[in-house]
Design a protein around this ligand. Structure first.
Ligand code: NAD
Ligand code: UDP
Ligand code: UDP
Length: 359
């Protein structure tokens, strides 16, 4: 972005920033909250490939792990901070990818109050930071904001059908508030957050906190927590361990699964593009959980059994993104089909579980 280096507010640093900007193209300093997690660590890998990027990860390791970032620890353009986003954070950055939040139902239900705090106070703090330093901030929201949707497939205009007091509410209502905060900062904190130069440089003369909202649909790939209870990780681990695949009833409920490299590509395009969103990022290929089980069985272990088990409350019955907006505004669409992505994940899970493929 043309603003890099200009995002610090004191007169000296403003001068230095301007100087840096004029004399040579400055490095982009990027904060990734939740960068030790599944999607975050793949995003970091991609951002680190660009030599102009310096990446700071802030993570409390609740569901993430340093192991996911081990290839970058010690790298001169990389920094890892143990930090809980519910506490204020003081760093100087140009962009913030705000991912910190447990994403799997068993983890976000484990301490629902903490999940709410992470979504509300965590997002508030990152917005306060974005405002102070003039950084652009991207929130990874979720398809869960549509709840148990009455519109299918889901477009961004749909307001959702969400239970405010259910066991999933800490997550889906939490993300809805996070989206609200993003737009309120965007509308309310215009001029105040902008340096004079940034104001002068802004094309339309109406600067606002620069926000981006991605509504992420179910994502899968290497580095998912093996026992986090999500359906793809469960089925693959079960198939590898020769345990029955547990299809939760009724089994006809649907999800649409996006491979993680496609997801990361979409997030970066959204950050770099001109549209605030919210924009759905997901793969529109829709499968029932029974179909998913059958695919996993066929690809990974044809001898494995498929069994049905009880479901949890408020489970959405169908989910599929309408990605017209992502196609038009970001020129993005997923490239990797479910049946092509599953084997990459199988390979990663086999390595971590120490179970090689039978000859
Ligand atoms: P993940 O659990 O692997 O990663 C989340 C990361 O956030 C972890 O490293 C965790 O330690 C960290 N974290 C949690 N609470 C924190 C806190 N209070 N302070 C600092 N760090 C904290 O999950 P993921 O699948 O990589 O999801 C990343 C983001 O994408 C989340 O915001 C999630 O809501 C969103 N999302 C994911 C999916 C999906 O299918 N994976 C779907 C929709 C939305
Ligand atoms: N904040 C932060 N880092 C910063 C600036 C602010 O973590 O660099 C936090 C701050 O502690 C506050 C939140 O972000 O809790 C919102 O900040 P803002 O300035 O918008 O509101 P205020 O401090 O006036 O409540
Ligand atoms: N599911 C399943 N078996 C499992 C875990 C989940 O059939 O072992 C189902 C679950 O009922 C839901 C779907 O898979 O309908 C997706 O669940 P997941 O927890 O992966 O994600 P989310 O509900 O957040 O989309």
């Amino acid at each position: 972005s043309s603003y890099s280096g200009l995002s610090i507010l004191s007169p000296e640093s403003l001068f230095l920033g301007f100087h840096k900007y004029v004399l040579f193209k400055a490095n982009m300093r990027i904060l990734v909250t939740g960068g030790a997690g599944f999607i975050g660590s793949h995003l970091v890998d991609r951002l680190m490939q660009n030599e102009k990027n310096e990446v700071i990860v802030a993570d409390n390791y609740f569901t993430g792990s340093k192991d996911n970032l081990k290839q970058w620890i010690g790298h001169p353009r990389f920094e890892l901070i143990r930090h809980d986003v519910t506490e204020p954070l003081l760093v100087e950055v140009d962009q913030i990818y705000h991912l910190a939040c447990p994403a799997s139902p068993i983890f976000y239900k484990y301490n629902p109050v903490k999940t709410i705090k992470t979504n509300v106070m965590g997002t508030l703090n990152m917005l306060g930071l974005a405002k102070r330093v003039g950084a652009r901030i991207l929130l990874t929201s979720t398809s869960e904001v549509y709840g148990d949707p009455l519109v299918h497939p889901q477009t961004e205009e749909y307001w959702g059908n969400v239970n405010p007091i259910g066991v999933r509410s800490c997550y889906d209502e939490g993300k809805r508030v996070a989206e609200t905060l993003m737009f309120d900062y965007h509308r309310q904190h215009g001029i105040e957050q902008c340096s004079l130069i940034k104001f002068l440089l802004s094309q339309n003369g109406e600067p606002t906190t620069e926000i981006r909202i991605a509504r992420i649909f179910n994502t899968y790939g290497p580095r998912m927590n093996i026992d986090d209870g999500r359906v793809v990780s469960n089925f693959i681990a079960q198939a590898i361990r020769d345990e029955p695949l547990t299809v939760q009833l009724p089994g006809t409920q649907t999800r649409s699964f996006c491979y993680v490299s496609d997801m990361v590509d979409g997030l970066i395009r959204l950050m770099e593009g001109n549209d605030t969103g919210p924009i759905n990022i997901g793969n529109p290929g829709e499968f029932t959980m029974l179909e998913l089980a059958e695919n996993v069985k066929e690809l990974i272990n044809p001898d494995v059994k498929i069994m049905t088990v009880e479901n949890t409350p408020d489970d959405p019955r169908q989910r599929k993104p309408d990605i017209t907006k992502a196609k038009e505004l970001l020129g993005w669409e997923p490239k990797i089909k479910l049946r092509d992505g599953l084997p990459f994940m199988e390979e990663d899970f086999r390595q971590r579980l120490g179970v090689p493929k039978k000859a």
